[in-house]
Design a protein around this ligand. Structure first.
Ligand code: GH3
Ligand code: MG
Ligand code: MG
Ligand code: MG
Ligand code: MG
Length: 294
C-alpha cells in the first residue's frame, strides 16, 4: 500500500473512459484511484508507485484484452499478488470460468450495482491486506524488526547470484554480542531483550538500501553488504562496533564481535560464504571479543 496515503489504491482499466468515470465516482471516497484505458498502460501502472492494492479490469479492449493483461500480471512476480476483479458485460459462464482460471479473484458483470462493487472491492482489499501482514510477519523478526533467518535463506542466494553476475563486491558480516548470557543473568531477560533491540537499531541505522540486516536468532545477527568491498565493509563495521560499545543500552556495557568476509569466485552457494563469516567471528571471540576479524 502507498505509505504516504492511507487509502488503498485501486487501478481501473477500461477502454471506455465513461465506464472508468462511473466506477471512479462510487469508489473515490474510499480509495485512491489510478486509471488506464489500454492494456499496456495498465501493466506499467501496476508497477509504478503507488502500487495498486487491487485492479478492476475490463475484458473487451482493443489491442490487448483483459485476459491478456491478467495473464501478463500473473506471470510477473512483481504483480502476481495484486488481486484482479474482472468487470465486464460478458455474462456467460464460460467467460467467467476462464477469468477465474486466469487467477482473477472475482468477476462482476454489468450493469454494475455500485454497492455490490464497493462491497466486493472492500472484501478483496481486506483479504489482500491480511495476506500482506502475514507474509511480513513470516519474514520479520518480531523482537528487533530486522529480517529473520527465513528471509535471509530465501534472499541471500539471489543476492549472491546477482553479485556474481554483475561482478559486484558483496560482503558478509556475522555479529555476535559478547557475554550476552551474563546480560540476561545480571539484568534479567526483559532488559536483555531491550539490549537486543538497541543493538539491532544500530545495525539497521548503518545499512543502505540493498543491504540485508537479519537476526539469525538469539544474540546473533548477519549483514549482507551490497556493492561493498572488504575495505569499505571493515570501515563500516568498525563504525558499528564503536557505536555499539558507546551505546550503553539500559545503562549496560555491551560489545559485540564481528566476522567479515567477501564473496569469492568459488562461493557458488550461501554455505561456503557463511562458513567463512562464522569462522571469522569465532576468531574474534578467541582474540578477545569487541573486535573484527576476517
Ligand atoms: P559469547 O561472548 O561467547 O558470544 O558469549 P554469550 O554469552 O553471548 O554467548 P552464548 O551463546 O553462550 O549465550 C547467548 C545467550 O543469548 C543465551 C540466551 O539466554 C540468550 N538469548 C537468546 N535469545 C534471546 C532472546 O530472545 N532474548 C534474550 N533476552 N536473550 C536471549
Ligand atoms: Mg471494453
Ligand atoms: Mg552466540
Ligand atoms: Mg554462542
Ligand atoms: Mg554471544
Amino acid at each position: 500500500m502507498n505509505p504516504t496515503n492511507d487509502k488503498p489504491v485501486v487501478l481501473l482499466v477500461d477502454d471506455v473512459a465513461a465506464n472508468i468515470q462511473l466506477v471512479a465516482n462510487f469508489l473515490n471516497d474510499q480509495y485512491r484511484i489510478k486509471v488506464a484505458t489500454e492494456g499496456k498502460k495498465s501493466l506499467q501502472l501496476a508497477v509504478t508507485e503507488p502500487i495498486p492494492d487491487l485492479i478492476l479490469l475490463d475484458i473487451e479492449m482493443p489491442v490487448m484484452d483483459g485476459y491478456e493483461v491478467c495473464r501478463a500480471l500473473k506471470q510477473d512476480a512483481e504483480t502476481a499478488d495484486i488481486p484482479i476483479i474482472f468487470v465486464t458485460a460478458k455474462d456467460d459462464d464460460a467467460e467467467e470460468e476462464l477469468g477465474l482460471e486466469l487467477g482473477a479473484v472475482d468477476y462482476i458483470t454489468k450493469p454494475l450495482r455500485p454497492a455490490i462493487v464497493r462491497a466486493r472491492v472492500n472484501a478483496h482489499i481486506t483479504l489482500k491486506q491480511q495476506r500482506d501482514q502475514l507474509q511480513k510477519m513470516a519474514l520479520i523478526d518480531q523482537l528487533t524488526h530486522l529480517y529473520n533467518r527465513h528471509y535471509l535463506i530465501e534472499t541471500a542466494p539471489l543476492k549472491i547470484a546477482n553479485a556474481i553476475r554483475h561482478e559486484s563486491p558483496l560482503c558478509m558480516v556475522m555479529i555476535d554480542i559478547d557475554f550476552f548470557k551474563s546480560v540476561n543473568d545480571l539484568y534479567g531477560h526483559d532488559k536483555g531483550d531491550k539490549v537486543l533491540q538497541a543493538v539491532a537499531g544500530v545495525i539497521k541505522a548503518n545499512t543502505r538500501q540493498g543491504d540485508i540486516a537479519a537476526r539469525l536468532g538469539g544474540e546473533e545477527f548477519l549483514l549482507l553488504l551490497d556493492h561493498c568491498d572488504i575495505e569499505a565493509a571493515i570501515s563500516k563495521i568498525e563504525f558499528i562496533r564503536n557505536a555499539i560499545e558507546e551505546l550503553k543500552p539500559e545503562g549496560i556495557n555491551v560489545t559485540a564481535s564481528f566476522g567479515v568476509t567477501k564473496l569469492m569466485d568459488h562461493d557458488d552457494d550461501f554455505d561456503s560464504f557463511y562458513k567463512r563469516a562464522d569462522k571469522a567471528v569465532y576468531l574474534a571471540k578467541d582474540n578477545g571479543r569487541n573486535r573484527i576479524e576476517i
